[in-house]
Ligand binder design. Structure first.
Ligand code: GTP
Length: 358
């Protein structure tokens, strides 16, 4: 089966990280998010991939090219204006002759796509959607089903009391191509609001595939941090996991817990890194600095005696000496933080900014 992956959104909830980097290229464990997704699809022999793009398509295209290096075939479609989740799939109609998968391009999951395809074949519906349980359904599109798994109703962001279930739309669908006739061309259209509920109203059946396999959407900075921590904490990565090449120099750094260290990094004396944490390629951590739970993209520098806690530092940043970057802080690309600065929790600093607090 082919897969259409929707990667055209602006990812505003991940600002400032996504101001210069499309969500699909945001690194998870030092690899673009989309590379993880492609590995997942390959496990199910899904090798023909259509990337429906809009916002910042060039970095995606230049990294993945025709997909051959990653073992898949990629076709790129770039929208002149945002077409929404439905309009983007309609745009790919000429490439879709058989039932196909659609993926929101910000979901990392282990949902079993083979079983989902089997449910689709057995139920014979035009649409099958994956469902996943969440603790707080009030932030999502909730999907109620009957005992045989057929969708009964959709509720968009219900209050916790109103939500009839905690099962939500996981952003993965199997769709029969003829249903694309229901979507207008070159028009902004959302399948979640304008197609699926309408099919139900008309009495058409939509089947579901509920799974409690790992599922997370990386749409917010909290969840971006969580997905990195989750993956690092898995048993299949040994702990501590110092993935440095011999190119990385570290003077007896104290590394605790799962830490992923990129290539060509330089760690000063008495550096302490407490996982789960990720340091990108070509980063420098100054003497006596401490990094705890932080995710640092490539080519960033942390000054001497600085403390970074559960924060996200994008590429090419420079954190000065004796700084404290607290939990939940996010520095966009190329941010400079002056010596002795103290960033309160959840501070967002936009790309190109220079903060000097001393
Ligand atoms: P926010 O601005 O933070 O809400 O993020 P977003 O723009 O990515 O929107 P959202 O998370 O709701 O989108 C879900 C998925 O659909 C993401 O993978 C988006 O890239 C994708 N998407 C949203 N709108 C479009 C669009 O107009 N065209 C395409 N091709 N993809 C879209």
């Amino acid at each position: 089966m082919k897969a259409v992956i929707l990667v055209g959104g602006k990812g505003t909830r991940l600002y400032p990280l996504t101001l210069g980097t499309p969500k699909a290229m945001v690194p998870i464990l030092n690899k673009p998010f989309l590379e993880h997704m492609i590995s997942y699809l390959k496990k199910y022999d899904i090798l023909d991939i259509v990337l429906a793009m809009g916002y910042l398509p060039d970095p995606i295209q230049s990294y993945f090219d025709d997909g051959s290096e990653f073992g898949v075939r990629i076709t790129y479609l770039v929208e002149d204006k945002p077409l929404g989740t439905g309009g983007a799939v309609k745009n790919a109609e000429f490439l879709l002759e058989e039932p196909f998968f659609v993926f929101n391009g910000d979901v990392l999951t282990e949902i079993d796509l083979g079983n989902m395809a089997r449910v689709h074949r057995e139920t014979g519906t035009s649409v099958t959607m994956a469902l996943t349980p969440v603790d707080d359904p009030s932030l999502y599109g909730v999907v109620e089903t009957d005992t045989s798994g057929m969708v009964k109703q959709f509720m968009e962001k219900p209050s916790r009391d109103e939500a009839p279930t905690n099962m939500i739309n996981a952003g993965i669908y199997i769709i029969e191509p003829e249903i694309l006739g229901r979507i207008p061309s070159e028009t902004f259209f959302m399948v979640e609001r304008e197609l699926f509920p309408v099919l139900l109203e008309e009495g058409q059946s939509i089947s579901s595939y509920a799974s409690d396999a790992y599922w997370i959407d990386i749409g917010t900075t909290d969840k971006y941090l969580k997905v990195n921590h989750d993956l690092l904490s898995r048993e299949d990565l040994s702990s501590p996991c110092l993935q440095s090449d011999n190119d990385t120099s570290h003077h007896e750094a104290m590394i605790e817990g799962p830490v992923l260290l990129g290539k060509n990094c330089a760690l000063g004396e008495n550096v302490r890194i407490k996982g789960p944490a990720v340091i990108g390629d070509k980063c420098e951590v100054g003497d006596n600095a401490t990094v705890e739970g932080a995710i640092v993209w490539q080519n960033s520098k942390m000054g001497r005696s600085s403390l970074l806690e559960n924060c996200i530092i994008a590429s090419n940043c420079h954190v000065g000496d004796n700084c404290h970057i607290s939990s939940g802080c996010v520095l966009g690309d190329s941010v400079v933080i002056g010596d002795g600065s103290n960033l309160a929790q959840q501070t967002l600093v936009w790309p190109g900014h220079y903060l000097r607090c001393t």
